[in-house]
Design a protein around this ligand. Structure first.
Ligand SMILES: [Zn+2]
Length: 349
């Protein structure tokens, strides 16, 4: 399986997240790229190629793309560094129903207000290299998709920053552009009739679910730590969310209790694999988060490298053309080995 990557994905340096009001050290760091590259062995490496703004607009609102592309430059010009000592774009107010109360609203003129229109949390900061890295991550996914559309059985996109929390019009959860959704849309545009996105990340991919919520041609299936147990993205990712309109039944969520280990996790992987088979899909996108691993600091799941290898064998065994897109995974000493374990399993089947 080819590994598609880009050195530009290292350009995003979030430094901190702001979590419950406190700056905490960033975990979605550039070192993730090299930890994975070091572990994928002698697989062919392919540099991502630019796909342009039009491709990004296939799943995202132009207003979000404009904001992400220009926000940091405007932040610097706006004096935020000198006046408040903040070098990264971070929102502080959000236009939820609690604030707007059904009243007519208009977009804020102040950038620190406008940021809350597009950013939905305070953990996902925009720095000088964020946009170019996010675009490079998207290009990794789109280039991997090109390989699959050209006949490769599978390709792996070393996308970073991750993407599955990015919605049509918003960024959050350390995600800016939805790499997996871009891959799925590109597979549809390339002639695939029914594409499944199978999300193995420890967290629910609320962005991917939102993008395809009313679509019958792209399925979204996810297993993740139960948001009702107190985990991000809190508001969505529950089992009774199954899509709407033409997409009714094309979303499937399998929330898991804290502490879930290989056996129960793999049973749910089997459930999703069977669901994809029954739906007659002709292509697959895997959102490969490895933060369900026992060592990972960002989730309470307890999956092992052997578990990820077994998931790879099960998903690869579906025999579908597959674009595997990197999502989460934050324990640097084990990150690369977990990814390699999945890829080994996927390739072996
Ligand atoms: Zn995650």
């Amino acid at each position: 399986m080819s590994v598609v990557w880009s050195p530009e994905t290292r350009a995003h340096d979030p430094r901190h997240e702001v979590w419950v009001g406190v700056p905490t050290p960033a975990v979605e760091v550039a070192e993730r790229v090299d930890a994975i590259l070091d572990a994928v062995g002698d697989r062919e490496r392919v540099l991502a190629t630019p796909h342009g703004a039009e491709a990004l607009a296939s799943v995202h609102d132009p207003a979000l793309l404009d904001f992400l592309a220009t926000a940091h430059g405007h932040w610097l010009a706006g004096g935020y560094v000198e006046e408040v000592g903040q070098e990264r774009v971070v929102p502080y107010v959000f236009p939820t129903d609690a604030m707007t109360a059904g009243m007519p609203t208009r977009l804020p003129t102040a950038l620190h207000g406008l940021a809350g229109q597009f950013g939905y949390d305070t953990m996902t900061l925009i720095g000088p290299g964020t946009w170019s890295a996010a675009v490079a991550a998207a290009d990794c996914a789109l280039t991997a998709t090109d390989l699959v559309l050209a006949g490769s059985t599978s390709a792996y996109a070393l996308s970073r920053p991750p993407g599955h929390h990015a919605t049509p019009g918003g960024y959050g959860g350390s995600c800016y552009l939805n790499n997996a959704a871009l891959a799925a849309q590109a597979l549809v545009d390339g002639g695939r009739e029914r594409v499944a996105v199978l999300d193995l990340d420890a967290h629910h991919g609320n962005g991917t679910q939102a993008i395809f919520w009313e679509r019958g041609d792209v399925l979204y299936g996810s297993l993740h730590v139960d948001p009702a147990a107190g985990w991000f993205p809190h508001w969505v990712g529950h089992a009774d969310e199954t899509g709407a309109g033409p997409g009714l039944g094309a979303t499937r969520n399998l929330p898991l209790p804290e502490g879930t280990g290989d056996r129960a996790w793999l049973e749910r992987v089997d459930d999703l694999a069977d669901w994809v088979t029954a739906a007659g899909c002709d292509a697959l996108v895997v959102s490969l988060g490895v933060d369900a691993a026992a060592d990972d600091p960002e989730s309470p799941l307890q999956v092992t490298a052997d578990g990820y290898a077994a998931a790879g064998r099960r998903v690869g065994g579906l025999g579908l053309a597959s674009v595997v897109v990197q999502e989460g995974g934050y324990h640097l000493p084990s990150l690369g080995g977990l990814v390699a374990a999945y890829l080994d399993g996927h390739e072996s089947s």
